[in-house]
Design a protein around this ligand. Structure first.
Ligand code: CAA
Length: 380
């Protein structure tokens, strides 16, 4: 098995790394403190093709593969985890399902400008009373002639405050359970749409999320994404890809914390020598390096399987589960290496630790990833 990157993949990684060092890292603390959406940086990332990494060039994307996407997610999130998830949602949760399930007409209207990064997409599955149990949704789309009337509420929607179009999952036939769910492309300009105020989050504060309200919104049938009743499969298959993005985000956060821990440990002296001389510190750095590499290999495998068109539900879940839990351990160790300085906002490691926490929650909690993995293990 070859785990070497291609020349193109190496170039993408290098380009993203340089961008993160020049434009994201220097600003990430300010965006976090001010809860500020990094609009100018997102515009530049769009010009680099990073809002539609694995979408074909003729549909507005960069035409690269999913391994490149995973590399981009790691590097961008290493610079700013909030910016990372803005990209991840637009790439994996919005562009990918429109590419996979959309008609040619839908792709022109709802994919091309989003893959180019001229417009921003979001994905709305979660509701106030249904998170992990996604099929329990209350949002309803009632068919009337050639139209649907949409009513409901979705919450914690990443990119919600900025999105131009949201993929909304709604019940079109409650009697059929998960087989009665359909997906819709919902432009936020349609009458009946409104948003709550942005959520005040613990971490990833450069990215906005909020509650979305749909009140008697009239949607033409052509806005339905996929067949009627196929929405749950659209949602689940999309999350298989989304979990690659979040694993990449977690990896980038951990990598940033690890690099900062090494830099600090080289400078800081105790008992007359740099603390890198102490095995207590060396062992922490060794564990961090090993866990980061393990996560990276799981992530590359899942992305490679997606590129090969092989079902990768369990492998994406493994990558996300391991990378997100590893991320909390690594960022916490990075604080430990920094001692008291790790606990104040003068250094970035406290932000990395706060940013790490959500990666174990969104796009399926760690417990949901374990369910997905267990289902695959027990099937085989
Ligand atoms: N690909 C294709 N089909 C799939 C699938 C997949 N990955 N997973 C399930 N399905 C199909 C099943 O084959 C089954 O098909 P049939 O109707 O033919 O039988 C159907 O979907 C139902 O499957 P399950 O019985 O396994 O469904 P379930 O109700 O037990 O739920 C679950 C399964 C894994 C728990 C699922 O509900 C789940 O993933 N929940 C977590 C939801 C989640 O991740 N939410 C995050 C919100 S998005 C977000 O966070 C965005 C953000 O802002 C960043």
């Amino acid at each position: 098995m070859d785990v070497q990157l291609t020349e193109e993949q190496r170039q993408v990684r290098e380009l993203c790394r340089q961008f993160a060092d020049a434009e994201l890292r220097p600003n990430a603390r300010k965006w976090d403190l001010e809860h500020q959406f990094p609009a100018a940086a997102v515009k530049k990332l769009a010009e680099m093709g990073l809002l539609g990494v694995a979408i074909p060039a003729e549909l507005g994307g960069a035409g690269m593969d999913n391994v490149s996407y995973a590399l981009a997610m790691e590097e961008i999130s290493r610079g700013c985890a909030g910016t990372g998830v803005i990209l991840s949602v637009n790439n994996s949760l919005y562009c990918d399902p429109v590419h996979k399930f959309g008609t040619d007409e839908q792709k022109q209207e709802f994919l091309v400008p989003f893959a180019r990064g001229e417009r921003l997409g979001a994905y709305a599955l979660t509701e106030p009373m249904s998170g992990s149990d996604a099929a329990e949704m209350r949002t309803l789309a009632v068919k009337k002639g050639n139209e649907y009337v949409l009513n409901g509420t979705k919450n914690f929607i990443t990119n919600g405050p900025q999105a131009d179009v949201v993929i909304v999952f709604a019940m079109t036939d409650r009697s059929k359970g998960h087989r009665g769910i359909s997906a819709f492309l919902v432009p936020t300009s349609v009458k009946g749409f409104s948003r709550g105020k942005p959520d005040d989050k613990v971490g990833i504060r450069a990215s906005g999320s909020c509650t979305l309200f749909f009140e008697d919104m009239v949607l033409p049938e052509r806005f339905r994404l996929g067949g009627e009743g196929e929405g749950f499969k659209v949602a689940m298959q999309t999350l298989d890809g989304g979990r690659i993005g979040i694993a990449g985000q977690a990896l980038g956060i951990a990598q940033a914390a690890y690099e900062e821990a090494i830099a600090y440990a080289r400078e800081r002296k105790a008992f007359g020598q740099p603390i890198t001389q102490f095995q207590a510190i060396q062992f922490m750095l060794a564990d961090m390096a090993t866990e980061i590499d393990a996560a990276r290999l799981l992530l590359w495998r899942a992305a490679d399987m997606k590129d090969r068109g092989v079902r990768h539900s369990a492998e994406s879940a493994m990558a996300k589960l391991y990378a997100s839990e590893m991320c909390e351990r690594v960022t916490s160790k990075a604080i430990q290496v920094h001692g008291g300085y790790g606990y104040v906002k003068e250094y970035d490691v406290e932000r990395h630790w706060r940013d790490s926490r959500i990666t174990q929650i969104y796009e399926g909690t760690s417990e949901i990833q374990r369910l997905v993995i267990a289902a695959s293990v027990l099937k085989g």
